[in-house]
Design a protein around this ligand. Structure first.
Ligand code: FES
Ligand code: MG
Length: 568
């Protein structure tokens, strides 16, 4: 098969001159343009995405591998989303970044591409964009941070939620809080727990888009660069084999990713991102698939936020290959991966070196994992809950609703000493969905009212149309669909309504009659946040609901890699 890049660099006459001449200002000799596979290195380096701030150095390791294998590496930047920096939420821009990635790959002289992913949204946005082009693609993740150390113990992002509670009730001083910040993020890399970034890194490894161990080698470990180097080498072969994402990301690969995620107790954000990726490839993945496919998988790893250890510990214990090996009785072991071998063959020699971190299927860390997909009149199109991060005693619970109409209302009233709330209540937060916020932020694990925390209580049933950080925990119902902003029944909940959460029977029920709800709907007014122009206007008009992955309706599917016109 002729190389795609030769349609740029292999031209004679004026077009060839234009496509090569300006590239030569970088000092590339002419022979680089004469038929070497061109490997794009799609870099999300940014000082505003601190989890990816080491990517310039990591890109050099990838390039060494590409050169060594006879390829021609060309690095390019794309929009980078720093989870903890960008307002109002990085999720608002995931689809925008995916468009940047898609068009940057398609429009340029690339035969293959290596996606450099790290902080939460940088993985799905790059994978979504690349899948819509479908040239040979590999992922190199940036790797997790080393676990933090604070006051004599290990800490990670999940401790932030505990520290914030302690601070709120005066158990932690401002000075201690500041010291904890520096102690937590003490090395390069993304969040050190099984939050969304590590969930995404595990997702690409279990989908077969990355080399084994991509998910867990710490960012600061020199073996991360070795993996990058080997990925660069392999990408050149991948082009020769024309092994594209659509050949790897079959229904079976998606099912494998769902099962591995369940064994890890990965983030609920996994559901949104995997659904959006599947949508780009035309693989039909429904919310119920996540529940059904993960139902039989126990929690194998003892990692925060569902357990106690850190992602670096998972690497030392044998990494994702050891988890995959343990799951071999469940997985589609013959699913092909990007190194040309099946996922089963890749992990056949993997061993667990620390049963404290990776348990066995026979004696799992917790019997129930994965995601529970709830249905009922409060969420006709579904809602999700992560059982491994919830309180068992609350998974069957009926309580009186305490309603917050939006995030501002929540912030203004949650700590009011006069708030009519007790620990048996159900906190309901509206208008934090894809359109309502907009951008579906990670506020679903809303902090409990100060007076409840002061009672020593750390969990209550919470319900919203928003998301939760992958580092968060609690009995938290998320992704309620349809969301409040489009007139879902969530919008109609009133203070004092009774709500039943019944995880075992996958039910979420609002004890209000259909007639009463119809009466309330008459008074419902669609939200107008006043976004008249620009990207946010486009977003609100085209974002799909949570159960569909919150991608844009017009981005579903792929357009391939062909470009019919030249630039001159
Ligand atoms: Fe970047 Fe957690 S903030 S991965
Ligand atoms: Mg996050």
């Amino acid at each position: 098969m002729p190389l795609r890049s030769q349609d740029w660099f292999g031209r004679t006459g004026k077009d060839g001159f234009i496509y090569r001449a300006w590239m030569k200002n970088q000092g590339f000799p002419h022979h680089e343009f004469e038929g070497k596979p061109v490997i794009g290195i799609c870099n999300t380096w940014s000082e505003l995405t601190p989890c990816n701030a080491h990517f310039r150095e990591l890109a050099e390791a990838i390039k060494r591998g590409v050169w060594e294998a006879g390829g021609f590496p060309l690095e390019f930047p794309v929009m980078s989303l720093g989870e903890c920096q960008i307002k109002p939420t990085a999720m608002l821009f995931r689809n925008l970044a995916s468009m940047d990635v898609e068009e940057s790959i398609r429009g340029n002289s690339l035969d293959g591409v290596i996606l450099m992913c790290g902080c939460d949204k940088t993985t799905p946005s790059l994978v979504m964009g690349a899948c819509s082009v479908d040239i040979p693609t590999m992922v190199v993740s940036g790797g997790p941070m080393l676990a933090g150390r604070f006051q004599g113990r290990k800490i990670g992002t999940s401790d932030l939620w505990r520290f914030a509670e302690a601070y709120k009730i005066g158990e932690m001083s401002q000075a201690e809080f500041v010291a904890a910040e520096a102690s937590m993020a003490r090395s390069q890399g993304h969040c050190a727990v099984m939050g969304t970034a590590s969930t995404m890194a595990a997702m690409v490894e279990s989908l077969g888009l990355a080399l084994p161990d991509n998910a867990t080698i710490p960012a600061a470990d020199s073996r991360r660069k070795v993996l990058a180097h080997l990925t660069g080498m392999r990408a050149v072969e991948l082009v020769r084999e024309n092994l594209t994402p659509s050949k790897l990301l079959t229904r079976e690969a998606f099912e494998n990713a769902i099962m591995v995620n369940a064994a890890l107790g990965g983030s609920t954000n996994f559901i949104l991102h995997l659904t959006a990726i599947a949508g780009r490839l035309g693989v039909n993945l429904s919310l119920d698939d996540f529940d059904r496919i993960s139902a039989k998988i126990p929690l194998l790893t003892n990692l925060q936020p569902s357990g106690e250890h850190f992602v670096e510990d998972l690497f030392y214990a044998g990494g994702l290959p050891a988890v995959i090996r343990e799951l071999r009785g469940y997985l589609h072991n013959d699913a092909l991966t990007v190194n040309g071998q099946t996922i089963g063959a890749n992990c056949v020699e993997a061993k667990c070196y620390d049963p404290e971190v990776i348990a066995t299927v026979d004696e799992p860390f917790k019997p129930e994992s994965g995601v529970a997909v709830l249905r009922g009149n409060l969420c006709p199109n579904g809602a999700v809950l992560k059982p491994s991060a919830a309180t068992p005693a609350l998974m069957q619970h009926t309580g009186r609703a305490v309603v917050f109409e939006n995030i501002d209302d929540y912030k203004a009233r949650v700590d009011d000493p006069d708030l009519d709330v007790d620990p048996s209540c159900v906190l309901v937060l509206k208008n934090v969905g894809p359109r309502g916020y907009p951008g579906m932020p990670e506020v679903g694990n809303m902090q409990l009212p100060a007076k409840i925390l002061a009672m020593g209580i750390h969990d209550m049933v919470r319900i919203s149309d928003g998301r939760m950080s992958g580092t968060g925990f609690g009995t938290v119902v998320l992704h309620v669909s349809p969301e409040a902003a489009v007139g879902g029944n969530l919008a109609l909940v009133q203070n004092g309504d009774l709500i039943t959460l019944d995880v075992e029977n996958r039910r979420l029920h609002l004890h209000v009659s259909d007639e009463e709800l119809a009466g309330r709907l008459v008074h419902f007014k669609p939200l107008d946040l006043g976004y008249q122009r620009g990207y946010v206007n486009l977003y609100i008009r085209h974002v799909t609901q949570a159960h569909e992955g919150a991608d844009f309706d017009f981005l579903r599917g792929a357009s391939g890699s062909e470009v019919k016109r030249d630039s001159h």
